[in-house]
Design a protein around this ligand. Structure first.
Ligand code: TIU
Length: 224
């Protein structure tokens, strides 16, 4: 058993084999100009600040042999998995499926839909394409976790209050012990990130725990 200093109290991990690092949607569509994030009217440059810390945590988790899961928000080219309601949102000049500077917006396989190069998956890592905000909806994620005996999830990625929080809530309802890594998640709205951290760990950890990348690395460093 390892104990990671966290809020609202220590997060206990029974063994490394039961723990996975989940990296949510670190895609060009959200972090670079010309993608879905900018199309919605956001300043996308804000999300880049977490990349060095997340890169370091990913590298550490790889060295420890943890299961690594990357998720990718995107839709089929024929938009068969995209509810019409989603395409109408925002009322910007471009919407999901339209041609943008990085290819068709939020469409699987387009250049803009790829994970940023710094965090690109390597052989053996799990990549979960997802049509929704939550990574459990219409994906294989739960079956993969069950098969591997994973019970504890470290959450990172973007955006804190949309895809990260939705996925963490889905995981919590399915019985997973969830920790959100505070310095490895970002929002276009810093106040929404802060509110999300607080609401997750409120009420005795109603959705889960929060902690820092350094706390995790320190606590797990002695384990094999
Ligand atoms: N718009 C926004 O904040 N987020 C998304 O649309 N998707 C994710 O959070 N990945």
């Amino acid at each position: 058993m390892v104990r990671i200093p966290a809020l609202p109290y220590e997060y206990e991990v029974p063994s490394l084999s039961q723990l996975a690092l989940v990296i949510i949607d670190m895609q060009r569509d959200f972090l670079e100009p010309g993608g879905f994030g900018e199309m919605l009217g956001n300043d996308v440059t804000q999300l880049g600040s977490i990349v060095p810390t997340l890169e370091e945590l990913l590298d550490f988790c790889r060295q420890k042999g943890l299961t690594i899961i990357h998720t990718l928000e995107g839709h089929q080219p024929d938009l068969s998995d995209c509810p019409p309601s989603e395409r109408k949102r925002g009322k910007g000049s471009l919407t999901i499926g339209d041609e943008g500077p990085m290819g068709r917006i939020l469409i699987r396989g387009e250049p803009g839909n790829a994970i940023i190069p710094e965090l690109a998956p390597i052989a053996g890592e799990i990549v979960i394409p997802k049509p929704g905000k939550g990574a459990f909806y219409a994906t294989e994620l739960q079956a993969i976790l069950q098969k591997r005996g994973i019970t504890h999830l470290l959450f990172t990625g973007v955006t804190t209050e949309v895809c990260v929080q939705t996925t963490m809530r889905e995981a919590n309802d399915r019985g997973y012990e969830c920790l959100l890594v505070e310095d490895c998640t970002a929002s276009y709205f810093p106040e929404f990130k802060q509110a999300t951290l607080e609401m997750i760990r409120a009420q005795g950890g109603i959705i889960g725990w929060t902690s820092s990348a350094q706390n995790i690395q320190k606590a797990l460093s002695g384990l094999q």
